[in-house]
Write a protein that binds this ligand. Structure first.
Ligand code: SF4
Ligand code: SF4
Length: 242
């Protein structure tokens, strides 16, 4: 009577080839096989030696991409420096990876970022999610969003892979003034989309970006309000609303 389990019997069978003889030991002893196996292994090496090398010397050498390669996004500007993004969120809705976050806001005469009514106050792309498919740039109605050929997007933290508006916004050329600033005198937004604006008007100056936490020079500080004390409403029965 044997105490071997079915697994032991199976293992034994495999080692002996099922007929009781040790087939592996027999193979190793065959002089022809023990010569051919290493030669066959080196054959792979020798054949690979004469093939075209695929190794890239990155990052010392950066292989140029195809002209229409889908790389990092860019938020474009009009020729005078105003932003093309109108905060419509169509890019975010088109994104299959839910990688874009947009918050729109209203332009004012004192703080204008784009020629029309609205602008993108918050704009973020999460490159931990983005699959660089390009659907967002197809959805953008103003060509505010395009893709560059920059593919160096890897990083070690999730936070650093979320690109903010400041990182995505295109740089300034000589004809531009940084936003926010006033619209070209006498123009409306249609002139921008017709390509009639080719640069900032002479004398255009950047406005104070209160929405970004900047303070106007004539703004009353909280300390000044506290130093001035509460308004005297006793002189007027109607109070401060008089
Ligand atoms: S390229 Fe594709 S995945 Fe990336 S943000 Fe645009 S729509 Fe989303
Ligand atoms: S990038 Fe284009 S689609 Fe996206 S919010 Fe701005 S204008 Fe709209």
């Amino acid at each position: 009577m044997t105490t071997d389990s079915p697994r032991d019997r199976d293992r034994e069978k495999k080692g002996t080839g099922g007929d009781g003889r040790d087939s592996r030991a027999g193979r190793d002893k065959d002089p022809r096989t023990s010569f051919e196996n290493p030669v066959a292994g080196f054959g792979v090496t020798f054949s690979a030696m004469f093939k075209k090398r695929l190794t890239e010397q990155y990052p010392e050498y950066k292989k140029p991409t195809a002209p229409r390669f889908h790389g990092r996004h860019q938020l474009n500007r009009h020729p005078d420096g105003l932003e093309k993004c109108i905060g419509c969120e169509l890019c975010a809705w088109a994104c299959p990876a839910d990688a874009i976050y947009v918050e729109g806001a209203d332009n004012t005469d004192e703080e204008r970022y784009s020629p029309g009514e609205r602008y993108g106050r918050v704009y973020q792309i999460n490159y931990a999610r983005c699959i660089l498919c390009g659907l967002c740039i197809e959805a953008c109605p103003t060509r505010a969003l395009t893709m560059t050929n920059d593919y160096e997007l890897a990083d070690s933290t999730r936070a650093s892979l979320i690109y903010t508006k400041d990182e995505l916004l295109a740089g300034l050329t000589e004809e531009m003034v940084d936003s926010p600033h006033a619209i070209f005198p006498g123009a409306d937004e249609s002139h921008y989309y017709q390509g009639l604006i080719t640069g900032a008007a002479p004398g255009t100056v950047r406005q104070v970006a209160v929405g970004k936490g900047e303070k106007r020079a004539d703004a009353v500080t909280e300390d000044e309000v506290a130093a001035a004390g509460q308004p005297d409403t006793t002189a007027h029965p109607g109070g401060a609303t008089r």
